[in-house]
Design a protein. Structure first.
Length: 139
């Protein structure tokens, strides 16, 4: 196995998890940070908005959780889908609407949203929107 195969496998797995994105949406993959000790990141410096669609950056991943920075261009929609894992959204900046189990929730900076595994949800960015999505195992 060459050195690129594990990274390619991770990218393929991530691409499958976002298969609900429309053809119009662009999804850009980046490398995952491997941490052997505690660390910190200035999140606002990591935010980059694509011209359209979605840009995501996996900030950290371990055996239990994955922390991903999502940056959505204004007027980007993610159609209704479900996750097999629990999820938390922490909004950093921008405005949008999350439809969670049929209820519309206005996304704005500082909002924390918990989504139970298998909860149907969809998202629309009304302005450029940045948030950290945390996926965790459902027990």
């Amino acid at each position: 196995m060459n050195n690129n195969e594990p990274l390619q496998a991770q990218r393929t797995e991530r691409e499958e998890r976002v298969s609900h994105l429309s053809e119009r949406d662009k999804f850009i993959m980046t490398s995952t940070i491997q941490a052997n000790s505690s660390f910190y990141l200035p999140l606002r410096e990591k935010i980059e908005y694509p011209a359209n669609g979605v840009l995501s950056k996996v900030l950290f991943k371990d055996n239990n959780c994955q922390y991903t920075l999502f940056c959505l261009a204004a007027d980007t929609s993610i159609s209704e889908h479900k996750s097999t894992r629990n999820a938390v959204i922490n909004v950093i900046e921008g405005q949008g609407t999350l439809t969670l189990e049929g209820q519309e929730i206005q996304l704005e900076p500082g909002l924390f949203v918990f989504m139970k595994a298998h909860a149907p949800h969809a998202l629309k960015a009304e302005q450029n929107l940045a948030f950290v999505l945390t996926l965790s195992e459902s027990y």
